[in-house]
Write a protein that binds this ligand. Structure first.
Ligand code: ATP
Ligand code: MG
Length: 306
């Protein structure tokens, strides 16, 4: 359909007039930005529900969830982010209030409150919504144990919500664990989206995650499959990052997106302004990479045959 090549070599006779690594990088960025401006995406078909998971902490799950969501919304998709992490980082990044008194995903999971009661629009985009998490969610892992249909609380709530709301994407941001909150995300979603940080221990723990996905598939949700892997915090100057990227691609050739998210200060600064990097600095390298990742995701089908 459409593809934005990240690796296109910029010509030495670029807009910046010099053949230095920085000039090449800037020229590359500006040609990718121009390519993105020409992309148009047709969002038709069923709602795609992703769970962004990796039980490893700090690999870029939340950053990926909110930036891909915002990029998809700016392409015209209707997107809901469900913040399933008691840390509430996705709610913060989307500029959505999530103080202890705010109606939240906790009320949905534990008190059976309709999802529609807690969803808020992100100030970032009219198509972008978020079901926030509050600190109460920290107790939910334990409280869920005693609930009826404890593994399906989110799924049921989402089914009711989707009957009345037309959405193209639901993106669930999971905590760094494989407890009942993550299991609720796995039963509600059909696609698993794993961000992998390009560093030495990247693949450690992945087999545990894949084992959990398989177990959920067999016992709770036959639809669930790993559709998407995104390499994050890539530092092209290190050989290690390249080696990790190659290794992940050799294990998961069909799931890994061509786009790689570079390590970028703008990406890490954005949440402190209550924004994604798409809104904070849409022409920065991190924002362009997330926009390209969103285009790639949208251009793929449900990923079953991938
Ligand atoms: P947790 O397991 O705690 O939920 P996580 O997997 O959601 O963490 P993030 O919170 O998205 O990870 O990212 C961890 C840290 O790395 C954050 O401080 C974030 O700002 C930073 N970070 C994420 N992606 C990038 C990037 N591409 N460049 C620079 N910093 C990044
Ligand atoms: Mg997180």
């Amino acid at each position: 359909m459409f593809h934005v090549k990240q690796s296109e070599q910029a010509s030495p006779n670029n807009d910046f007039g010099m053949d230095t690594p920085l000039a090449r990088e800037l020229a590359d960025l500006s040609s990718r930005r121009r390519a993105l401006e020409k992309v148009s995406v047709d969002f038709t078909g069923d709602t795609r529900v992703f769970t962004v998971s990796n039980q490893k902490g700090g690999v870029g799950k939340t950053t990926t969830a909110v930036n891909v969501a915002s990029a998809l919304a700016s392409l015209g998709a209707r997107v809901l982010v469900i913040d399933l992490d008691p840390q509430g980082n996705a709610s913060t990044a989307l500029g959505v209030p999530h103080s202890a008194e705010t109606p939240s995903i906790y009320d949905v999971l534990i008190n059976g409150r309709p999802l529609a009661d807690v969803v808020q629009q992100s100030p970032e985009h009219e198509n972008l919504h978020c079901a926030p998490s509050t600190i109460h969610l920290a107790g939910a892992e334990i409280e869920l144990v005693a609930q009826v249909a404890r593994e399906f609380r989110l799924r049921r709530a989402l089914e009711v919500y989707l009957a009345d709301h037309d959405l193209d994407y639901v993106i669930i941001d999971c905590p760094p664990s494989l407890g009942l909150l993550t299991i609720n995300a796995f039963t509600a979603a059909s696609e698993v989206f794993i961000p992998i940080q390009c560093e030495y221990y990247a693949l450690e723990g992945l087999s545990q995650l894949l084992g959990s996905i398989q177990m959920i598939q067999q016992h709770l949700n036959p639809e669930l499959h790993l559709s998407t892997i995104l390499l994050t915090m890539y530092d092209g100057r290190t050989r290690l990052a390249q080696q990790v990227a190659d290794e992940v691609r050799s294990h998961f050739p069909r799931q890994v997106l061509e786009t790689v998210i570079p390590r970028s200060v703008r990406v890490s600064e954005a949440p402190s302004f209550g924004q994604t990097v798409i809104a904070y600095d849409g022409s920065s390298a991190g924002a362009i990479a997330y926009r390209e990742a969103a285009v790639e995701i949208a251009s793929r089908t449900q990923g079953k045959e991938n």
